[in-house]
Design a protein. Sequence first.
Length: 139
Amino acid sequence: MSHTTPMVSFNHRVETRVSMPADTLTRVFSALADPTRRDMVARLAEGDATVNQLAQPYRMSLQAVYKHLKVLEEAGVVSRPPGPQPRLVRLETEVFDEMDAWIERYRRRAEERFRRLDTLLATMDDKKKKKGNGHEQDR
């Protein structure tokens, strides 16, 4: 099953929608945008659970819980092995490794920018101090 995410572009006041393949990160972040699904993931981080166990704290139908699980499954966040009921829902950790790598890459870039800014500000501060000391000697 191919997943697509609509992309909206504007050109001279004309809105167009172009379908583009949804990558894993897009599906995962989209799946985790819902607080109920994030809670399910948090609970599954403690251990595998049946759908009925997952459904217990929520005020929704079992069918609604299955819909949430389907979104998480399609994103690769959870899996349910084939077989008779009750089947355990498992958290798939590999997808979190991919998210971690993506987040880490941008965190490192941001940290490098801040280090450069700190260096620049320190240089400017040093110049200001030297300039200030020079003026005091002229007086």
